[in-house]
Design a protein around this ligand. Structure first.
Ligand code: HEC
Ligand code: HEC
Length: 461
């Protein structure tokens, strides 16, 4: 008798794994996530704290391909959960297949930096400001408003026609208005929510409470790597801490460029403006696989090549924005092979676990692009129940829907709850049923303002 039960449990498990949905009656915890007290740098503005509702909307926007002009690219196409919300491609592909100008950045732990500006060259003044720039990028998502492309207003009009955004904006803001600020705030909330402090480094720091102490959970090599990372040259250190500051591993806002000045895809052009790096946490995933290539141009395919770069930063007379700290007093770190390996071993201890697998940061869409929202249907009180009529019934090709007053969301479903059509209306609608098979159907009407619902059945022959 054991086997059938196990089979049923397996079937239920598969069901849970394969059906993606967002439960608005019980959203994930984004606002109450904790982080260790040694983490103090935080770029959250007081005007946009993380809320469970806002980050839930941000999650949908982040994974929605409809934010691109031809519905093919989402933020998540270039910022993938499995790569700490970065990309392993040298350059990522935009909505028409053209490459981005720089390598995509990992977004995990983006909240924990003193630097409030975003992008490799810090051209976005805040994370909020950053979030609508890719949408308005000519190559990335295509609502640039230049060279014949529509602008952001056009995207906002498009989102107004998508029924789940009516529900979601209502859920977050109490009305269905969509504007740039609301899109920016919710995307920024979602991105700031992406973090976990479950790395080997965090375990070691929690155990000792002292960055400079040997961590009991580290190997000798990892502890050597940590010392090298933290100590400045010429005292035998590699000086990384001067710019990538533990325990956040955020970039010093005053950092100039690190000598990596080649423009991606060019052997001659140079760019001196790249003075920001994402956190050095999660350069690797917890299995030790690279979430890179690295640097703004993606020209560093291995971590070894990064270390070689810092060991002897190439001198280029045109680089007027080179940070003197990378050259060290002798212009050369003179790291031994043992020291280079130790630095790499240490960098590998900065990988977290939860960010890669936690459902709350995963794609909520079905493969076919559908989004399933579980919404709260308030108890139906007879007097407030939406009143409507449908005719003719039974019907062959069309059904007329007449509603007394209000704003409504209606769905046509079969007995299995499969939805064939859904739309919004405020008074009446004529619905074309030509593509439906003959049979019994339900029409469900939900009052957008009160969430009260009513259903009627009809027969199509
Ligand atoms: C076609 C690929 C692509 C898409 C789509 C894309 N990004 Fe990016 N993202 C990049 C690249 C490339 C960079 C670095 C660009 C630069 O610095 O010039 C970047 C940088 C960022 C940064 C800066 C991180 C930091 O630490 O400074 C954030 C935040 C970000 N993207 C969020 C988003 C959001 C939100 C969306 C969707 C609205 C999005 N991206 C869509 C490729 C993409
Ligand atoms: C003077 C400041 C400075 C120092 C010192 C420094 N870095 Fe950097 N680092 C940067 C900047 C700026 C970038 C981004 C540069 C770019 O992409 O053009 C960067 C990028 C990186 C990246 C690539 C990150 C990514 O997501 O692609 C790695 C890895 C890195 N540094 C490791 C180190 C290590 C290891 C050391 C010590 C040996 C070190 N850095 C020392 C400023 C510094």
């Amino acid at each position: 008798m054991k086997q059938p039960i196990q089979l049923i449990l397996l079937a239920l498990g598969l069901l849970v794994l394969t059906s993606s949905f967002i439960d608005l009656t019980n959203p994930f915890n984004y606002s109450g996530q904790t982080f260790p007290n040694y983490i103090t740098r935080n770029n959250t503005p007081t005007s946009n704290p993380i809320t469970n509702k806002g980050a839930t909307l941000g999650r949908v926007l982040f994974y929605d391909k409809k934010l691109s002009l031809n519905n093919t690219i989402a933020c998540s196409s270039c910022h993938q959960q499995q790569f700490a919300f970065g990309d392993t491609a040298h350059l990522s592909k935009g909505f028409l297949g053209a490459s981005t100008g720089r390598h995509s950045m990992r977004l995990s732990h983006a909240k924990f930096s003193q630097e409030v500006k975003f992008f490799w060259d810090e051209r976005a003044s805040s994370l909020e400001d950053q979030t609508t720039k890719p949408i308005q990028d000519f190559n990335e998502m295509g609502f640039s408003g230049t060279s014949g492309q529509p602008n952001l207003d056009s995207l906002i009009s498009k989102l107004h026609t998508i029924s789940y955004y009516k529900t979601l904006f209502q859920f977050v803001y109490g009305d269905t208005i969509i504007n740039e600020t609301r899109i920016q705030n919710s995307l920024a909330q979602f991105i700031r929510s992406i973090h976990s402090f479950d790395s080997k480094f965090d375990q070691g720091l929690a155990a000792t409470g002292n960055l400079n102490a040997n961590f009991p959970n580290y190997s000798t090599q990892e502890n050597l790597g940590k010392t090298l990372f933290l100590a400045p040259p010429p005292a035998g250190g590699a000086g990384c801490q001067g710019c990538h500051r533990a325990p956040e591993f955020d970039i010093d806002p005053a950092s100039l460029n690190n000598g990596v000045i080649a423009v991606a895809g060019s052997s001659t052009a140079i760019d001196l403006t790249n003075t920001k790096a994402p956190t050095l946490r999660d350069l690797f995933n917890s299995q030790g696989q690279l979430n890179g290539p690295f640097m703004h141009n993606g020209n560093f395919a291995t971590i070894e090549s990064v270390i070689e770069h810092y060991n002897l930063v190439p001198i280029n007379a045109s680089n007027t924005n080179l940070d003197p700290r990378v050259s060290g007093p002798g212009g050369n770190l003179q790291l031994t092979t043992t020291e280079k390996s130790a630095l790499i071993a240490f960098l590998k201890t900065l990988s977290s676990n939860d960010i890669y697998t936690n459902v709350k940061w995963s794609n909520p869409f079905e493969v076919n692009g559908d989004l399933n929202l579980v919404t709260l249907i308030k108890e139906i009180s007879v007097s407030n129940k939406p009143e409507f009529t449908i005719y003719p019934n039974p019907t062959k090709d069309f059904i007329h829907l007449k509603i007394k007053s209000g704003n409504f969301h209606y769905k046509i479903m079969d007995g299995l709850g499969r939805v064939f059509l859904e739309a919004y209306t405020s008074n009446s609608a004529i619905i074309n049923l030509e593509t439906l098979n003959n049979g019994n159907y339900y029409i469900e009407l939900i009052d957008v303002d009160t969430q009260l619902k009513a259903t009627k059945t009809f027969i199509k022959f």
